[in-house]
Design a protein around this ligand. Structure first.
Ligand SMILES: Cc1cc2nc3c(=O)[nH]c(=O)nc-3n(C[C@H](O)[C@H](O)[C@H](O)COP(=O)(O)OP(=O)(O)OC[C@H]3O[C@@H](n4cnc5c(N)ncnc54)[C@H](O)[C@@H]3O)c2cc1C
Length: 314
């Protein structure tokens, strides 16, 4: 298991054993559509896939301070505009991939581990409480950033500590109690990102397997899981459901370009094949305007919209 060393505690001995040059994969003008669940999005000006936490730290230390960085997990809650993302995109999925039990029984999980893998690891190791993660297609880092949740479960109640990395590649563990979280909202300091977490999960003798199968079945029945989507596009407004408001406006099946409001679940937008990010964003705007006009509620997006509308990447 990789331990990122807090810079405050770096000794000469540790310094000499640390890597000095990044060893991950760098690509330029890399199309991001292939990494997003919506299958849309322009290129990353620079794309970096680290080999592990220490490597990411080394990479950031070498990166010019003028370069912006964007952290990308599983791409399952992102609408990346067609012009792509300038600066550097750091892709964590399957690169920060360590998961294991600590001596004190807590679960150590790195930010690039997929949520379903966390659920299955817990089930195999007799830990309860993480079963709801089985149907969430993102990474642990994305789940921490979004406070992802489903069927009554949420990420942050499981968290005991998180390890944050800053723009210079320094790491620091923080207690979960010192971080403010809410519904699909987590407040961490600017220019800090998650690299790992320790979860406190109660031991159980009964298996979560049947419960996980049931949750997956409920998803199959109620959500369009076989077509490219980003899950729920909008947050539920206080006291209501976004899907219900959209359906009441008669928008199920409404289409712009190749983006369509799902007939199966009105809070999902399907890419019918060949949709652009701009088709999807226009449809999002259209839904927001119509729902506001008919129900006096402005729906807030759960999906994060990032990047440039038109390519500025040379
Ligand atoms: C079919 C489907 C079903 C879904 N069902 C659910 C559901 O039931 N519940 C739910 O909550 N969500 C659901 N989602 C949405 C999505 O899976 C979650 O929001 C997930 O937590 C996003 O994780 P990700 O790794 O894909 O994040 P990304 O989409 O890669 O990123 C999302 C945001 O998190 C930030 N981020 C990513 N990694 C880090 C990090 N290590 N540190 C700091 N910031 C980071 C990114 O910069 C971005 O702002 C669903 C999506 C799909 C496609």
């Amino acid at each position: 298991m990789t331990e990122c060393t807090s810079v405050a505690s770096i000794t000469n001995e540790v310094m000499s054993s640390m890597k000095t040059m990044p060893t991950g994969k760098t690509l330029f003008n890399e199309p991001l559509a292939k990494y997003t669940s919506w299958r849309v999005g322009g290129p990353a000006e620079q794309y970096y896939r680290p080999t592990d936490i220490d490597d990411l730290s080394v990479f950031l230390r070498h990166l010019a301070s003028t370069q912006s960085v964007f952290w990308f997990g599983g791409g399952s809650n992102l609408l990346i505009r067609d012009g792509g993302i300038g600066g550097t995109v750091i892709h964590l999925r399957r690169s920060l991939d360590q998961i294991g039990l600590e001596a004190d029984g807590r679960l150590y999980v790195e930010a690039g581990v997929a949520c379903p893998q966390v659920a299955r690891f817990c089930q195999k190791n007799g830990l309860s409480g993480a079963g709801f993660l089985v149907g969430i297609p993102g990474t642990m880092g994305g789940a921490l950033a979004m406070n992802a949740g489903a069927f009554g479960g949420e990420t942050w109640p499981l968290v005991s500590e998180v390890e944050l990395m800053d723009r210079q590649g320094n790491c620091q563990w923080m207690q979960s109690s010192s971080i403010s979280v809410g519904y699909r909202m987590v407040d961490i300091p600017e220019q800090h990102w998650f690299v790992a977490a320790k979860l406190n999960l109660p031991a159980t003798t009964s298996s979560d397997d049947a419960m996980m199968q049931e949750l997956l079945k409920r998803r199959r029945l109620s959500q369009p899981i076989t077509v490219p989507t980003c899950g729920s596009v909008f947050k539920n407004p206080e006291g209501g459901f976004a899907a219900q408001l959209i359906e009441r406006c008669g928008l199920k099946g409404h289409q712009i370009g190749n983006a369509k409001v799902s007939e199966k679940h009105a809070n999902f937008i399907e890419n019918l094949g060949g949709a652009s990010a701009s088709d999807i964003e226009l449809l999002i705007d259209f839904i927001q305007d119509r729902v506001e006009r008919e129900h006096s509620v402005r729906l807030e997006t759960e999906v994060r919209i990032v990047g440039e509308p038109v390519s500025s990447v040379k």
